[in-house]
Design a protein around this ligand. Structure first.
Ligand code: ADP
Ligand code: MG
Length: 399
């Protein structure tokens, strides 16, 4: 689960991390009024969407020379203009994809004079299996470019969970940023607080870019992106309230209501599989046969008929889907239950694309009989390879 920049900053501030003053605004009037609560004389009006690259982004509705989603303003009138050009319009950045995202919220924040921009992130480092700091003196720009062109400018320090954050981690961060004296002290303290915030909220990522040094020698978080481990959100009811469902993919949102692990992808073959590993293998084998999966979907071990029906509807609501491959191993879940779910769902949605089903496991014969006697054009498959070949052939035949 991700949250907006203004929410991330409010959260970090609770842990003592230094952030500039700012006020969230849902309307032009609120944005203008926000200036009264800020010191001035410089304000920054920032589009709040769950994607980075806003500064260099472009609004679909505005001429190409218009400014992006992060704008400096010196007067209330400039705040008004910026807010009215952004709210309700669609911002396209390198992270949103070509469709862009509609801006429904703004953040009006104190404009600071920047001497230097750094990068600092905390994430779960898969290489070490630990929470790790990733820091670079090359902040402000997109870190992927830095990683690609000058990987030696990115420093990673993992934190041993047995000791937790130690003063030497703070010194390593300050050192990697080339800071001395008071700024080094600020960096050490900031690193400790960001680490507290990471553990305290069950975050999966805290990315600060830029972490700025101001002209008057202060370290300040100017942009923050925070994501949480969804599996831990049951113990953070307060954080759940920060969820903005309008930012989520509508199909993924629907799937989450049924506790289905669904991720939208770009291909043509819808997949319904139980078990994440089998789902990955199914996607691989579709690719091996020359087509691409339209989604990842793990219906889980103990899926009910309702869950299968919901999964089916979600797959079919994707207009890109040209065929569906169901690959279920009935270990905990019985094949006859799956078959009933498939038949019920296919009838309910008036299935119009080819459907290949591979069932294996408990009550497999009963399951196959249900499919065969359903009166629907369901193509049975014997194994995974057979199933992938058949769905690709069926889709190509239908085209
Ligand atoms: P994004 O990463 O989505 O483009 P940022 O918040 O990082 O958005 O803003 C882009 C750039 O705008 C920053 O690198 C910084 O140079 C400038 N900026 C952002 N916030 C402020 C601020 N409060 N004061 C001055 N400049 C800012
Ligand atoms: Mg940024």
């Amino acid at each position: 689960m991700n949250i907006h920049e203004y929410q991330a900053k409010e959260l970090l501030a609770k842990f003592g991390v230094p952030v500039p003053a700012g006020v969230a605004a849902m309307s032009v009037e609120e944005a203008v009024a926000a200036t009264k609560q800020l010191p001035g004389p410089l304000y920054v009006v920032k589009a709040q969407i769950h994607a980075g690259g806003r500064g260099k982004g472009k609004f679909k509705e505005l001429p190409p020379e218009a400014k992006g989603g992060v704008r400096l303003a010196k007067t209330e009138e400039e705040v008004r203009t910026a807010a009215s050009e952004m709210l309700g319009n669609t911002l396209v950045t390198i992270q949103t994809g070509p469709a862009g995202k509609q801006v429904n919220r703004l953040y009006v924040t104190d404009g600071v004079d920047i001497a230097k921009e750094f990068y600092l992130a905390l994430l779960v480092d898969r290489a070490s299996g630990r929470v790790a700091f990733v820091v670079s003196t090359e902040g402000g720009m997109d870190i992927e470019t830095v990683a690609h062109d000058t990987p030696e400018k990115i420093h990673t320090f993992a934190v041993d969970p047995a000791t937790g954050f130690m003063p030497h981690h703070g010194r390593a961060v300050a050192n990697a940023l080339g800071l001395k004296g008071d700024l080094a002290k600020q960096a050490e303290s900031l690193a400790a607080k960001v680490y507290d915030a990471f553990l305290g909220t069950d975050a999966s990522q805290i990315e600060i870019n830029p972490l700025a040094v101001t002209d008057d020698g202060k370290l300040l978080v100017l942009d923050a992106k925070v994501g949480f481990d969804s599996n831990a959100m049951f113990r953070h009811k307060d954080l759940m309230e920060l969820r903005d469902e309008t930012e989520e993919d509508p199909m993924e949102l629907e799937a989450s209501k049924y506790d289905l692990a669904y991720i939208k992808l770009d291909g043509d073959i819808g997949c319904m599989v139980n078990g994440a590993g089998l789902a990955m293998a199914t996607m691989d084998i579709i690719k091996l046969n020359g087509m691409f999966p339209a989604n990842f979907l793990d219906v889980g071990g103990g899926a009910s008929k309702e869950k299968v029906t919901a999964a089916f509807k979600i797959i079919l609501s994707d207009p890109a889907v040209k065929g569906i491959l169901v690959n279920i191993f009935g270990g905990i879940m019985r094949c006859d239950i799956i078959a009933e779910g498939i038949v019920a769902a296919a009838k309910e949605v008036n299935l119009s694309v080819p459907l290949v089903v591979r069932l294996e496991g408990t009550n497999v014969q009963q399951g196959k009989d249900i499919l065969a006697n359903s009166g629907l054009a369901i193509v049975p498959a014997n194994d995974l390879g057979d199933a992938a070949k058949k769905i690709v052939a069926e889709v190509q035949k239908a085209a």
